[in-house]
Write a protein that binds this ligand. Structure first.
Ligand code: ASP
Length: 343
């Protein structure tokens, strides 16, 4: 059996940070610093390659252009490696994982994002386990020699989750991520146990790396007392194309006439409105309550059990491919890569 190979792509995040001696604030360090802290990497039976952002960043500074940068690195190195591990800050990891799932169309190899809550140099760090197991998963094959996980996934604290189903749920716990609406793809204990039926099937076509993302998208969170006039103001930005409305429960919103007028006006001007629930789990069902009827009637697109992260990035990635409103709406309604459960 030939030696497996994994490319580590280092973008930044706590995993590789060090405390600034002057201020005490954590700052990203280079990849060499990170590798020095994990001598175990040399003992793994995996050939490791590495690529790094010139200036590693805190993931709060991650922009759509950076998602494209990561996707392109994977595209360029696709044939040379069995799998990919993306080291990334946890704060916006769910956004990047979601975006990569759309940018890497036809992906048939593992792209595993991981990071940590404590820097790799600290004694109680969670970084080593996350990194080592992520590499193992990226290199794992099934009995037929095919990638065990041919999709974009997040590995954090003993759990592998579909990337576009994840949300960051805790600012401090090592168990920082959840996949509320989709089963865990694998659990790592003494053995790594894969839930094979939950993992996306293998694809036979070539990898298509999309290299355009359009950020003409906004998120508006509903809250009791939200003012229609303010929403109307936000919705009249000239280059706004799609808006994710985060709603209550199963997709409900206040029935305040000013708010509904503002939304209706935006619809009439061609802005595509998307309905995602603020709840951590469950799905949008427009029309179940009277408070979502008006949204259904004006043509708001219900986004089922998608996360806000998966919906926002999907809107941006689809806008990068087309400006045709019908195609955009169709794309938002269908599952591209396991991001939504069909009814
Ligand atoms: N602020 C850090 C980041 O997202 C937090 C982390 O890495 O966990 O880059």
């Amino acid at each position: 059996m030939s030696q497996r190979s994994v490319l580590i792509i280092y973008t930044g995040g706590t995993i590789g940070m060090l405390a600034d001696p002057r201020t005490g604030a954590l700052r990203p360090m280079d990849l060499a610093h990170l590798e020095e802290q994990v001598p175990e990497l040399d003992r793994m039976n995996v050939r490791l390659g590495s690529e790094s952002f010139e200036t590693p960043i805190d993931s709060s500074d991650m922009r759509p252009a950076d998602w494209v940068r990561i996707a392109k690195i994977i595209g360029t190195n696709y044939d040379a490696y069995d799998g990919f591990v993306v080291l990334h800050g946890s704060d916006t990891m769910a956004y990047t994982a979601s975006a990569l799932s759309y940018l890497l169309e036809g992906l048939n190899k593992p792209v595993i994002l991981t990071g940590s809550q404590l820097p790799i140099g600290t004694i109680r760090t969670d970084a080593k386990e996350n990194l080592i197991t992520a590499i193992e998963i990226a290199a794992a094959k099934d009995e037929q020699g095919r990638a065990m996980v041919p999709e974009v996934a997040v590995y954090f604290e003993y759990r592998l989750m579909r990337g576009n189903r994840t949300v960051k749920v805790h600012a401090e716990r090592f168990e920082a991520f959840r996949s509320p609406n989709y089963p865990t793809l694998a659990e790592a204990g003494v053995h790594i146990r894969y839930d094979r039926p939950a993992i996306l099937p293998h694809r036979s076509g070539p990898l298509v790396v999309h290299d355009k993302v359009d950020d003409a998208v906004a998120v508006i969170r509903m809250f009791p007392g939200i003012r229609g006039a303010w929403v109307g103001h936000a919705l009249t930005q000239p280059d706004l194309r799609m808006v994710v409305l985060t709603t209550f429960g199963s997709g409900n919103a206040p029935t305040d006439p000013d708010l509904l007028d503002a939304l209706r006006e935006a619809r009439q001007k061609g802005v595509i409105l998307l309905n995602v629930t603020q709840c951590i789990g469950g799905r949008v069902e427009q029309g179940r309550y009277a408070t979502s009827r008006a949204l259904a009637e004006m043509g708001v697109v219900p986004c089922g059990d998608m996360t806000v992260e998966a919906t926002l990035t999907k809107a941006m990635c689809l806008l990068g491919r087309t400006r045709d409103p019908l195609e955009l709406e169709r794309g938002m309604r269908e599952a591209l890569c396991g991001e939504v459960t069909a009814l």
